[in-house]
Design a protein around this ligand. Structure first.
Ligand code: ADP
Ligand code: ZN
Length: 434
């Protein structure tokens, strides 16, 4: 079984990676400056010329791009090639506002699929695998990205798209799928559905899952791994940089290797824009080093993350990013305390609850309120009100310890919280609606 899809790049020495990056950044800045008037203006305003960028260490001289710039430039303002050279468009899922569209040339699709093929190999895949892709197909990048990677590697690809869980399960069992690709919330739903139909984890042929596109916790990973009898690998990406596969997890499962020959990563202080040293937590910024059609330079992802460059047991040398802790704009400030939904998920799963929950934030009498609906499994459900109240109190206390503020917990009967087939929506902040 191959260990790497492209060993010479994935295990290249630090010097070699820097050499590749130096060469690519010089060309890329020139390409963008010559072809994207919007970014040329930003560079001119900052007083930076393409000749000032002599290597990757000069990247900090370049201006940032933000999501607002992308919205302002919708649809063609950041296009760097002729439209006739583009072969595909994708769009963000619009989780946090107006959609953004991205363009791809043949070359761009090729490098993206290469990144996804690396991810599948890192999860133990080879051309002997049957890869079931149940990320959504269409404008969303998840389906096409993993599908393309699977083809490139020569796997037998099941292009299921998301939804129709009965059919997912039938095909998974009848066609002996060995690798499952979807959002972690949908993987949890598939595991639950298999159990309901009387299947045990050992009844399926799955060995690995490649799950991403939304934040998920270590506790959720453990639950999915047990429920499906697999190893669950994280994958990260965003439409603006091509899609999934910008970074992927290896057998060590301690963070995702960033495909540094294509994407240069920085961590900055989100307030000041200052570049932070390795190991510090901040906002992740990406530069696409060799994309042609939509080559974003220093794009601020709003994802909060840490980069580490330690030696990895898998032999890959590319820098690793931790699981993003959620976007800076996912963070809830409740009564002055910073709360990430992922912290709530951690407590729930540690306390033995299901990953089916909804978080409601509101403001009543000038005070923020935090309510969490938590679905009970049939085994835990009871019609004894005193028992239920006791459980709610215990869970609220565990939340208070983790979050620093106490939520109101509402235990709800099994199957009353809607399951997600794509990116899960678990937070409703009613303060924004007032
Ligand atoms: P949208 O911004 O509309 O959700 P995308 O579909 O391009 O559009 O989503 C990209 C975002 O999804 C990333 O910026 C990140 O916040 C989130 N994401 C993707 N993969 C992961 C992952 N493995 N873990 C946590 N968050 C992820
Ligand atoms: Zn590794």
């Amino acid at each position: 079984m191959p260990q790497y899809f492209q060993p010479e790049i994935e295990t290249a020495s630090r010097d070699e990676i820097i050499r590749i990056q130096n060469e690519k950044i010089v060309k890329q800045v020139r390409h963008v400056y010559d072809n994207v008037a919007y970014y040329r203006d930003l560079m001119d305003k900052k007083g930076v010329k393409p000749e000032d960028i002599k290597g990757i260490e000069d990247i900090h001289k370049l201006p940032f791009l933000k999501k607002d710039d992308l919205r302002e430039c919708y649809p063609y303002g950041l296009l760097a090639t002729d439209l006739k050279d583009c072969v595909r468009i994708h769009s963000t899922s619009g989780t946090t506002g107006k959609r953004v569209v991205a363009f791809y040339t043949h070359h761009d699709i090729d490098l993206w699929e290469e990144c996804c093929a690396r991810a599948i190999v890192a999860a133990g895949g080879s051309n002997e695998d049957v890869v079931q892709v149940c990320y959504g197909y269409g404008l969303f990048t998840g389906g096409s990205g993993l599908d393309g990677g699977s083809h490139k590697l020569g796997c037998l690809t099941l292009p299921m798209s998301s939804g129709n869980t009965d059919r997912q399960i039938q095909f998974m069992m009848d066609l002996n799928a060995t690798i499952l690709c979807c959002t972690p919330s949908y993987a949890a739903f598939i595991a639950e559905s298999l159990k309901e139909r009387g299947y045990k984890p050992e009844d399926n042929k799955l060995k690995a899952g490649i799950f991403g596109a939304e934040p998920w916790t270590e506790e959720m990973r453990q639950q999915i791994e047990e429920g499906l009898g697999i190893k669950a690998y994280d994958i990260y990406g965003l439409t603006e940089t091509s899609g999934p596969g910008v970074a992927f997890e290896c057998s060590e499962q301690t963070g995702m290797h960033i495909n540094e020959d294509h994407f240069y990563a920085e961590i900055i202080d989100p307030d000041t824009g200052e570049v932070l040293p390795e190991g510090e937590k901040g906002e992740l910024v990406f530069t696409a080093l060799d994309k042609e059609a939509f080559p974003l330079l220093r794009y601020r992802t709003r994802d909060i993350c840490v980069l580490t460059r330690g030696k990895c047991s898998c032999g890959r040398t590319h820098v690793k990013m931790c699981k993003p802790m959620g976007r800076s704009d996912d963070m809830l400030i409740i009564r002055g305390v910073n709360v990430f939904p992922s912290q709530i998920e951690t407590v729930l799963l540690n306390e033995g609850y299901s990953p089916n929950y909804m978080i409601y934030v509101d403001r009543k009498n000038n005070t923020d309120t935090l309510d969490i609906d938590v679905e009970l499994s049939p085994e835990r459900f009871s019609d004894n009100i005193a028992d239920m109240q006791e459980m709610e109190k215990k869970l609220a206390a565990a939340m208070r310890t983790m979050l620093g503020i106490g939520p109101k917990i509402h235990l709800v009967p099994p199957k009353t919280i809607q399951r997600s087939e794509g990116k899960a929506v678990r937070v409703v902040d009613n303060r924004k609606l007032h």
